[in-house]
Design a protein around this ligand. Structure first.
Ligand code: F6P
Length: 359
């Protein structure tokens, strides 16, 4: 047998752990050949970039962030953009070419590692007859089909460490520090890093925040003698429509969620404020033990699925067990924070402001 592996979408710590586990399991247990496609589906469109993967190639990659295969969040073979001779951008379907390339390489299966976008494309290839297995990744942890994705724990740890460091400057200068974290439309990173780092406010997209109540919370902390505040804000967090003055404050398009909230604190309270946008630092660096474990377990399971002919399915974690679900089902649903769920309740029980007045 000969299998292909590719990584698509944004990188996440733990991708190399998956690649390593796939290669080692395929070679040691099944004596299969493994090839890697470079830069996601781009490598399947132009197969000149195929990389032969053996034990030597994956040696030492477990602690490395990123992906040795490269990745991209462009290059959907079903809607492939290219520049025509006349300089205009054209969109064509090159999926048939991918299938031909797959066959010409005499591959028996493709293990496709990626987020929801990559899984949607992987499903389309499955419907066209390609034997595929999906492995989910995202630092955002927003896939319903799996309890957790690798990359998330590393991102949360990085954000938590940032909160730890910000505490010292916040306390020394009596400042309000606003830390903006990633997460796309979900507040998982903000919520978990905020709880783990002991933040005073956590603002997430799932709970449009009451700006007046947020200001009161910060004011009360200063009045009580806690002379600083740490606010963790998810990149998609927004104030709610109805605030104290009955009008939703408008955010300029050029301002991020964190910049906007800082501006509101500066305007409404007479305190020193700083904004820190953590950005891609959350996607980089060495994966935590948890992400190395998860990536490794996912990689081994993906190869076992190929061996069992379980195609059109994606690896998942359910409780303590690695299982799999159909990609068609998995790609459909996004997992968001439940505003009345246990995690928000945990934060609020500790007195952390989560966008609404604390009971
Ligand atoms: O999905 C991962 C993620 O890092 C999101 O948290 C963030 O919104 C987005 O990707 C950033 O994408 P890019 O790397 O293309 O700027």
């Amino acid at each position: 047998m000969r299998i292909g592996v590719s990584t698509g979408g944004g990188d996440a710590p733990g991708l190399n752990a998956v690649i390593r586990a796939v290669v080692k399991t395929a070679r040691r247990r099944y004596k299969w050949d493994v090839v890697g496609f470079e830069d996601g589906f781009e490598g399947l469109i132009n197969i000149k970039d195929v990389m032969r993967l053996d034990e030597q190639k994956v040696q030492g990659i477990l602690p490395q962030g990123g992906t040795i295969l490269g990745t991209t969040n462009r290059g959907d073979p079903f809607n492939y953009q290219y520049k025509d001779m006349d300089g205009s951008t054209k969109i064509i379907d090159v999926s048939d070419r991918c299938l031909q390339n797959f066959e010409s390489l005499q591959l028996d299966a493709l293990i496709s590692i990626g987020g929801d976008g990559t899984m949607a494309i992987t499903q389309k290839f499955f419907e066209k007859g390609m034997p595929v297995v999906g492995v989910p990744k995202t630092i955002d942890n927003d896939l319903m089909a799996t309890d957790v994705t690798f990359g998330f724990n590393t991102a949360v740890t990085t954000a938590m460490e940032a909160i730890d460091k910000l505490h010292t400057t916040a306390a020394s200068h009596h400042r309000t520090m606003v830390l903006e974290v990633m997460g796309r439309d979900a507040g998982w990173i903000a919520l978990e890093a905020g709880i783990a780092g002991g933040a005073d406010l956590i603002l997430i997209p799932e709970i449009p925040y009451d700006l007046d109540a947020a200001m009161k919370h910060i004011r009360r902390r200063y009045a009580r003698g806690s002379n600083f505040s740490i606010a963790v804000i998810a990149e998609a967090a927004e104030p709610r429509e109805e605030n104290g003055d009955g009008e939703k404050p408008r955010r300029r398009a050029s301002d991020t969620a964190g910049m906007f909230f800082s501006e509101m604190v500066r305007k409404n309270l007479d305190v020193d404020v700083r904004t820190i946008i953590l950005g891609h630092l959350q996607r980089g660096g060495s994966p935590t033990a948890m992400d190395r474990m998860l990536g490794t377990r996912f990689g081994v399971h993906a190869v076992e699925m190929v061996a069992e002919g379980k195609f059109g399915r994606m690896v998942t974690l359910e409780g303590r067990f690695v299982k799999d679900v159909s990609i068609a089902e998995a790609a459909k649903q996004q997992k968001l924070v439940d505003p009345d769920g246990e995690l928000v309740r945990t934060a609020e029980s500790l007195g952390i402001f989560c966008g609404r007045s604390l009971k």
